[in-house]
Design a protein around this ligand. Structure first.
Ligand SMILES: NC(=O)c1ccc[n+]([C@@H]2O[C@H](COP(=O)([O-])OP(=O)(O)OC[C@H]3O[C@@H](n4cnc5c(N)ncnc54)[C@H](OP(=O)(O)O)[C@@H]3O)[C@@H](O)[C@H]2O)c1
Length: 309
């Protein structure tokens, strides 16, 4: 495993994060195996959100399973996100909701503090002054150590930064070989002949790098919006062929190569894996020790259906 220090944030965090979105479906024994397997592979960072499972079911399952893992709270970083209220059909970044969501997460996770709290997708009605008040309260009470965002474009972060005192240290966004919009727009810049040039995120990648905001790549093996994994999927024949060639060369799985493609980017991102299968978790974590060349990176990118403009 490789580790990075998040600027102004937690130090020595694994470049691969274990996502817990799919944990509600597991028994507590199987959830414990997932947590422990990830830890044994070097993962020390676990990602949650209030909306993963009904009534925070992922956070509850994690807390039920954690005592079975033999780990201590201090051994790991726990991150949660708030703001997506699917039960109410709205996104909510009000001070009241941020504060109550953190209390709910802490109660469900049976812990005293979150290492990082991210504001999930933007509530378009958000008032940055309210967010700032909520963050001050959470920081002073010791309930949250560091703050960040998820799925935000640069100008939304700039607006928050005008009011929020704490550094925003993370932006969690979608990125996989198939869903590579974060990267595409820069390569195809200004090219009228392809949709790859469409700037969908206000240059979030360069903005985050310029502002020391670590990118966490969610759904690194998925196509579309939760379309399923492209690994071994018949619609991604060329991509799977190249993944298999590099996997053979590096003696790892195809999934590990797909994660290594994200980790190869010089932005020093973290990749959030979502597997609930211990064997897959072991396979995928080998990605941290794979060194893809400059040429490998482009070969994979092109095999995923892109072209050089
Ligand atoms: N901020 C946001 O808006 C946002 C949105 C979505 C997700 N997330 C975060 O990102 C995390 C990861 O998302 P994700 O679950 O979509 O990630 P993913 O790692 O891209 O996909 C995991 C899924 O792929 C399957 N899979 C198939 N073949 C696999 C293989 N060879 N190796 C590993 N997995 C394979 C897994 O099945 P098995 O379980 O059988 O291995 C699992 O169902 C979530 O847990 C959550 O923490 C954040």
């Amino acid at each position: 495993m490789k580790y990075i220090d998040i600027v102004n944030g937690p130090r020595h965090v694994s470049t691969i994060i274990q996502g817990c979105m799919r944990m509600p479906a597991l028994t507590k024994e199987d959830a414990a195996k997932v947590i422990r397997t990830a830890y044994d592979q070097g993962i020390n960072f676990y990602d949650h959100a209030t909306c993963y499972g009904e009534d925070g079911a992922a956070e509850k399952k994690f807390a039920e399973a954690f005592p079975l893992t033999g780990l201590n709270r201090e051994d790991i970083y726990i991150q949660s996100k708030c703001g997506l209220c699917f039960n109410r059909n709205e996104f909510d970044w009000t001070k009241e909701n941020i504060l109550s969501s953190v209390d709910d997460s802490l109660r469900r996770l049976k812990i005293d503090y979150l290492d990082t709290l991210l504001l999930h997708r933007p509530d378009v009605l958000y008032d940055p002054e309210e967010v700032a008040e909520a963050f001050d309260i959470l920081e002073k009470s010791g309930k949250v150590r560091f703050f960040g965002v998820s799925n935000l474009v640069p100008m939304q972060i700039e607006l928050l930064k005008k009011y929020v005192k704490q550094p925003l240290v993370i932006n969690q966004v979608q990125l996989s070989l198939e869903q590579s919009q974060l990267i595409d727009q820069a390569l195809y810049m200004n090219n009228k002949t392809t949709d790859f040039s469409v700037n969908r995120d206000g240059n979030a990648l360069d903005y985050c790098r310029l502002n020391d905001i670590t990118i966490q790549a969610w759904s690194p093996l998925q196509f579309g919006m939760f379309g399923g994994s492209f690994i071994d999927h018949p619609d991604f024949e060329e991509l799977n062929k190249v993944l298999a060639e590099l996997a053979d060369r590096e003696k790892v799985s195809k999934a590990a190569i797909a994660i290594a493609w994200i980790l190869r980017h010089p932005a020093k991102m973290q990749a959030i894996i979502g597997s609930m299968n211990p064997e897959h978790i072991k396979d995928v974590c080998a990605a941290a020790d794979v060194s893809l060349s400059h040429h490998d990176w482009y070969t994979l990118y092109l095999a995923a259906g892109k072209f050089l403009p």
